[in-house]
Write a protein that binds this ligand. Sequence first.
Ligand code: ZN
Length: 139
Amino acid sequence: MKSYRKELWFEIPTRREFRNITPQVRQCLQESGIQEGLMLVNAMHITASVYINDNESGLIQDYENWLEELAPHAPISQYQHNRTGEDNGDAHLKRQIMGREVVVAVTEGKLDFGPWEQIFYAEFDGRRRKRVLVKIIGE
Ligand code: ZN
């Protein structure tokens, strides 16, 4: 069995952003040379998510609005978490909803997606360097 591991680094200049990382992940699969197996992609931080959905700007704005309704950033004093002196209580909750990781089947050297599926990195507390782990195992 082959095994491949890579960390993708991001430094998002704003607090929140949704970024389609499918091209970088495809590049990883190419580098791995794996034809049949599984790929795991996970955010390595507790205030960012990796998820799969449609690459559509309206949908990304809908996520942004929905998450701000569920867990508004401000006022930061509404979160017990922020009593530590941090201001990212909302980012922890947004990450919980949007998830930590995705697993994608690798078939004939390609990501075996359903129609319209793309992989996204969702940043909820940016303006610093953060990582996504890509792990691929197979033959
Ligand atoms: Zn925190």
